[in-house]
Design a protein around this ligand. Structure first.
Ligand code: IMP
Length: 225
């Protein structure tokens, strides 16, 4: 694959129908914003949060898959008049934990599992409980992240990243969020809550999906010349 220098890439962007000046990331989560800014930092684009763009959007995540939900969120922001005026590209993500022994639960319901306001202490203990007596080999699980992009002409792109692990027998670690304390990485002998943020970003489902989306956006810009 031909490697483009940033300045060359910038020229390509300038020639494009929808010059990729601004990307709005459809999230209110500061941690996700930080991660996406780091990953896209070598592209000549300005990454804005919805708040920074002055957009307030609450789409109902009623899709049956991570892909559907990510697209629902991105389209809701892309339909906002501010976004259309800016001709910005909108990115949104949807993620969650799939536990094989539970038939993929909590899956797309990860945030809503046992109720949105229930603490992750309670959710994590409940999942450990539901897997009580289940041997190591059957405790396989993965974090999944799908990123959707809506381009100014309405075209939709999606990318998916996963990280495989096992559900632990107890909660471990203080870093991260959500289900991190019970998501054990056998190769690293640690849960994702025991990794430093930069260690987790380098291998995470979100990091992988974002890296793929970065490639897709770059290719999109180049092939449409
Ligand atoms: P989203 O913000 O709608 O994508 O919700 C994803 C939910 O999945 C979060 O609220 C967490 O419960 C869970 N989740 C996704 N990624 C992670 C992660 O990296 N660590 C722990 N939990 C995660």
């Amino acid at each position: 694959m031909k490697i483009f220098h940033v300045s060359e890439f910038y020229c390509l962007l300038k020639e494009r129908r929808y010059h990729m000046k601004e990307i709005i990331f459809a999230t209110g989560n500061a941690g996700k914003m930080k991660e996406i800014r780091e990953i896209l930092s070598d592209l000549p684009v300005k990454v804005l949060s919805m708040k920074e763009a002055g957009i307030n959007s609450e789409a109902e995540e009623n899709g049956a898959t991570f892909e559907e939900n990510a697209v629902i969120k991105a389209k809701a922001v892309a339909a906002d008049p501010i976004c259309r005026e800016m001709e910005a590209i909108v990115l949104a993500d949807d993620s969650g934990l799939e536990i094989d022994y539970l038939g993929g639960e909590p899956g797309v319901y990860s945030a809503r599992y046992m109720g949105e306001d229930t603490s992750y202490r309670v959710k994590n203990r409940n999942l450990i409980e539901r897997l009580s007596g289940v041997p190591k080999e059957q405790r396989t699980a993965r974090f999944v992240c799908v990123i959707a992009a809506v381009l100014p002409d309405g075209k939709v792109l999606t990318s998916r990243g996963t990280i495989e692990g096992k559900i632990g027998y107890e909660e471990r670690g203080e870093n991260g969020f959500g289900y991190d304390p019970i998501f054990y990485l056998p190769d690293m002998s640690r849960t994702t809550a025991e990794l430093k943020p930069e260690e987790k970003n380098a291998i995470s489902h979100r990091g992988k999906a974002l890296a793929k989306m970065k490639e897709l956006l770059t290719r999109e810009v180049i092939t449409e010349r």
